[in-house]
Design a protein around this ligand. Structure first.
Ligand code: HXC
Length: 514
């Protein structure tokens, strides 16, 4: 064969590999309303940046007539490319080849790029569209992927995009990643499918109701971000990555065009109501202080009483954890604790400074919370805060009572570097109503009009503590500022903490109360 012929042979093989399971299957994929594995890679990466690896891998299985079912790539496209110029490794399961099912060859391709990502120190983007372990090959190879997911955790960011079915034990690879993205009507994720459930419990439920984007973003908390279309999902991936470093040894990228660091934010004063019991939207404050008012929220529809997400302050990425007074008064509960703990640990692992915006009446009371283990779940948040060594600033926006002083890391005793109070802050061991009932119990009981006395005592207590000054006198507060100064103040404080280094005694790892 001449060189020209050999080159033509390569071109023909590449063209064949690009057809995956064949043109008919590619058309079927589009009919299902889904992009193909390669189209997804093209759209999530910078145009033309993808460089494919192991394109010609096929499985080596002969049983069940599998020797006649060979396709280049074996149901997954893997390689590297760039996102906004930054290198990432990517794998994208190809549903057109045996439903994207995972056998030995496919698993080996996926773990190859995961190993490269860990060694090179760049993010891993996994795109899932698969019927799970390949039935004809017997036992699945998922263990090798779970192992890499765990090794990569805390070394490089791991994103998993569920763009089709993700069933059975296969769900645990995404679950071990840092962020799960789902698309409405496209993504389905469950351990046991509707048929198994019907057979075992008699319950009838559709795949969408069981494991669609809605349930995992609102109820289970499995998913971090949901999009209406695949394109919107890719945009979310790119935006999220822009806040993150490529690995745990790097700082997050800092764009050159940062907002005015001295900008005052008078709008914050307008958001906080005069009445301490009136709700307001904390997200308005987050947007007000952020560079260019840009806030990228993570898990926006799960445990809405706590807000988690990323902003930039003078160009530097900041992970924000904030109570949401408009949902359950911003109280902490089981789901909020889990959501916050995970987010704090991610930020700490990847050198992202942490900002707490606090307006919290405490832990949500109730049998459901106690039986569900709020003690165990709340401990995760405390552990995460106490463990975090990145720069940390807490701001008391309005109220903070008792136990939530530590639960929201207001107190410097749990490792917070600076605690700031706005003039609107109220800081006390417990809320005025509860406190007055206890410390003025006798006076209220003996009064001619106990009801009136109680109102008077609640007002007295509030008068004494409905401000930041008592706590400031006791040394809890570093500075009291006007709300409009918040952005400039935070930029100054995080600026001071730029060189922070906190060395802890060496150990294998802690034992977080999971
Ligand atoms: C081999 C598979 C497959 C699998 C799908 N296919 N899943 N081949 N192994 N696991 C093939 C189908 O035979 C079909 O081939 C093609 O992929 C498309 O599948 P369809 O069923 O036609 O598509 P659709 O109607 O869209 O349904 C997709 C699906 C369904 C929901 C994923 O195929 C399904 O339920 N598959 C089985 C899912 C499952 O139970 N997986 C768990 C495996 S055990 P043709 O040739 O007809 O196009 C597991 C354990 C892991 O994962 C353990 C880890 C710890």
């Amino acid at each position: 064969m001449s060189i020209e012929e050999k080159n033509e042979e390569l071109k023909a093989k590449i063209a064949q590999a690009k057809l995956g399971g064949g043109q008919k299957q590619l058309d079927k994929q589009h009919e299902r309303g889904k992009l193909t594995a390669r189209e997804r890679i093209e759209q999530v990466l910078d145009p033309g940046s993808f460089s494919e690896l192991e394109m010609f891998v096929t499985h080596q299985v002969t049983k069940f007539g599998m020797d006649k079912e060979k396709f280049y790539g074996d149901g997954v496209v893997v390689g590297s490319g760039t996102m906004a110029g930054r290198l990432v490794y990517v794998y994208s399961q190809d549903f057109t080849v045996m439903g994207g099912s995972l056998g030995k060859a496919q698993a080996s391709k996926i773990t190859h790029v995961m190993d490269l990502a860990i060694k090179v120190g760049v993010p891993i983007i996994g795109i899932i569209d698969s019927g799970g372990a390949r039935i004809q090959e017997g036992l699945g190879q998922y263990g090798s992927i779970f192992y890499r997911n765990t090794l990569a955790s805390g070394i490089v960011p791991q994103f998993c995009l569920i763009l089709g079915p993700c069933a059975g034990g296969a769900v645990y690879s995404p679950a071990l990643c840092d962020f799960i993205f789902m698309v409405e009507g496209v993504s389905k994720m469950h351990i046991t499918g509707p048929n198994v459930i019907k057979a075992v419990t008699g319950e009838e439920i559709t795949s969408e109701e069981l494991g669609g984007a809605k349930v995992h973003s609102q109820v289970s908390g499995v998913a971090h971000l949901v999009a209406k279309t695949e394109q919107e999902c890719f945009d979310q991936v790119k935006k999220l990555l822009s806040f993150l470093p490529s690995n745990y040894q790097e700082a997050p990228p800092a764009p050159a065009d940062c907002d005015d660091p001295k900008r005052l934010v008078p709008e914050v004063e307008k958001v906080i109501p005069d009445s301490p019991s009136r709700a307001y939207d904390m997200k308005k404050i987050i947007r007000a202080i952020a560079d260019h008012n840009d806030f990228f929220e993570v898990q926006p529809d799960f445990a809405k009483n706590i807000i988690t997400g990323f902003i930039r302050l003078a160009g530097s990425s900041v992970g924000v954890i904030a109570n949401q007074p408009s949902v359950a008064a911003g109280a902490l509960d089981i789901d909020a604790s889990d959501k916050a703990a995970r987010f704090i640990r991610f930020c700490d692992a990847f050198n992202i400074q942490i900002l707490n915006l606090v307006d919290c009446p405490g832990y949500l009371p109730g049998k459901h919370q106690e039986f569900g283990g709020i003690i165990r779940h709340g401990a995760k948040t405390l552990f995460a805060y106490c463990e975090a060594v990145v720069p940390r600033v807490s701001v008391i926006v309005r109220k903070i009572y008792g136990g939530a002083m530590s639960g929201m890391a207001v107190s410097k005793l749990v490792g917070t570097d600076f605690t700031i109070a706005l003039t609107t802050a109220e800081i006390a061991i417990m809320g005025p109503e509860g406190a007055a009932n206890i410390i003025f119990k006798d006076e209220i009981a003996k009064a001619e009009d106990p009801k009136a006395m109680r109102v008077q005592k609640v007002a007295e207590y509030r008068e004494k503590f409905a401000n930041p000054y008592c706590a400031a006198e006791e040394g809890w507060i570093d500075a009291i500022i006007e709300p409009k100064e918040l952005r400039a103040c935070l930029i100054g404080l995080f600026g001071q903490l730029k060189g922070k280094q906190e060395l802890r005694p060496g150990k294998k790892h802690g034992s977080i109360p999971l």
